[in-house]
Design a protein. Structure first.
Length: 146
């Protein structure tokens, strides 16, 4: 799980690390928060609205990201609903009050069952080492009653 601001330059590096053929099939959850720019909420809502979140993240953190102004390439959502605004506010509140107030933050479970958070973006070799310790994703299996 990744807490990101869609206007965060360090989040660009995290996205580019993950957007590699060997890692594209990993199950990930990108949680938008708003703190870097007045457009962060609108970009976060645009990500939540997207039917193809991976494509939206690529649009935002790819060539369209403007490092000089620290703004993502994803168009800011218009006509936000109260529910959409609330979703970003809840994400941001949890991130601010329960985690360390920096982006990106990665929460993950190691193979030994312990939970960890990684603040910011590490250089390539260290990212590989950190994520080699990931525990496998296990989804519960439910049997229908007979």
């Amino acid at each position: 799980m990744f807490f990101v601001d869609l206007n965060c330059p360090a989040c660009v590096q995290l996205w580019r690390w993950f957007d590699m053929p060997a890692r594209r099939q990993w199950a990930t959850l990108w949680v938008p928060v708003s703190h870097m720019h007045h457009s962060s909420t609108g970009r976060g809502i645009a990500l939540l609205r997207s039917a193809q979140p991976r494509a939206a993240l690529q649009e935002n953190y790819g060539e369209g990201f403007d490092r000089s102004t620290r703004t993502g390439g994803l168009a800011v959502a218009e006509d936000e609903t109260l529910a959409e605004l609330s979703a970003i506010r809840v994400n941001t509140h949890f991130w601010r009050t329960s985690l360390f107030e920096a982006t990106p933050i990665t929460l993950y479970r190691r193979r030994n069952g312990t939970y960890w958070q990684l603040l910011g973006q590490l250089p390539e070799p260290q990212m590989g080492a950190a994520f080699s310790e990931l525990g496998s994703a296990v989804l519960p299996v439910f049997k229908a009653p007979r």
